[in-house]
Design a protein around this ligand. Structure first.
Ligand code: FE
Length: 199
């Protein structure tokens, strides 16, 4: 298990996971290969690099972007990134007029297929409470200044609905192709707590 820069490693959680794993194996409820498969999925196949590909394609392909904003679930699935729990995906676009930020005020609902596992801060009580109540203050703590003329919209995820922010394409990237653009797109920019920085 890796640590998170904002939360630190949780050794208690790691111990509990080990205990659960041993118990499941011992009782014959799960096989080692199934555990390896799950670990591989979360470590190697699900992660923000999937979402970054979706964003970069939307920046370079207007038809794709239109489809993505109209039907996020279907359009993302067509790229091979499918929801694990049957939830719907909604993509919200940042612009000069609107900045979007995603939270799950109840728990930690998060678009696993495109972003992987949520960061520790996303699941923390302060983020969940404050992102909804005072999103601009939270954004400032992430070093993100949103102009007073730009409306900040907060999207509250739940079990049936997950959100992905389509960040603004930074200036000076006209010559970059989708693969190069995808490398600029960060996890935080797709949660909406930061902007995509120019190269
Ligand atoms: Fe949740």
């Amino acid at each position: 298990m890796s640590s998170d820069a904002t939360g630190g490693p949780d050794s208690d959680t790691a111990t509990r996971i080990k205990a659960l794993e041993s118990l499941l194996l011992e009782k014959g409820l799960i096989e080692t290969s199934a555990i390896e498969e799950l670990i591989d999925m979360f470590e190697n196949r699900l992660g923000p690099w999937n979402g970054a590909k979706v964003v970069a394609r939307a920046w370079t392909d207007p038809g794709f972007k239109e489809a993505l904003l109209r039907d996020g679930t279907e359009t993302i699935a067509e790229m091979g990134f499918e929801a694990l729990q049957g939830e719907d995906m909604v993509v919200v676009e940042n612009s000069a007029e609107v900045h979007n930020i995603v939270v799950c005020t109840l728990c930690s609902c998060y678009p696993w297929a495109v972003l992987g596992l949520p960061p520790v801060w996303y699941k923390s009580a302060p983020y969940r409470a404050r992102a909804a109540r005072d999103p601009r203050a939270v954004l400032r703590e992430f070093g993100t200044e949103i102009g007073a003329d730009t409306e900040v919209r907060v999207w509250d995820s739940n079990a049936e609905l997950r959100y992905l922010v389509l960040p603004e394409r930074p200036a000076g990237t006209e010559a970059l192709d989708a693969a190069a653009l995808a490398e600029l797109v960060t996890r935080d920019s797709m949660i909406g707590v930061s902007l995509v920085a120019p190269p």
